[in-house]
Design a protein around this ligand. Structure first.
Ligand SMILES: [Zn+2]
Length: 64
């Protein structure tokens, strides 16, 4: 049996899987850097990519 399912969408699938989104679902862009987030495009409000989200968390932790 061949399992050659390797393609460029593999990355998107892996990212989407982390957020519980199905493959092919459009994700929202990060409001800071424009990188794809792990949130679906239907998410309301501010969406941050994992990197910016981490940075925000650090900032919150420090200023809190
Ligand atoms: Zn970002």
């Amino acid at each position: 049996m061949s399992t050659s399912t390797e393609n460029e969408t593999g990355v998107a699938v892996a990212v989407g899987a982390a957020a519980g989104t199905a493959a092919g679902v459009e994700v929202a862009d990060c409001v800071h850097c424009g990188e794809p987030t792990e949130y679906p495009a239907t998410t309301r409000g501010v969406t941050l990519c994992p990197v910016c989200e981490w940075q925000e968390a650090q900032r919150t932790a420090c200023s809190g």
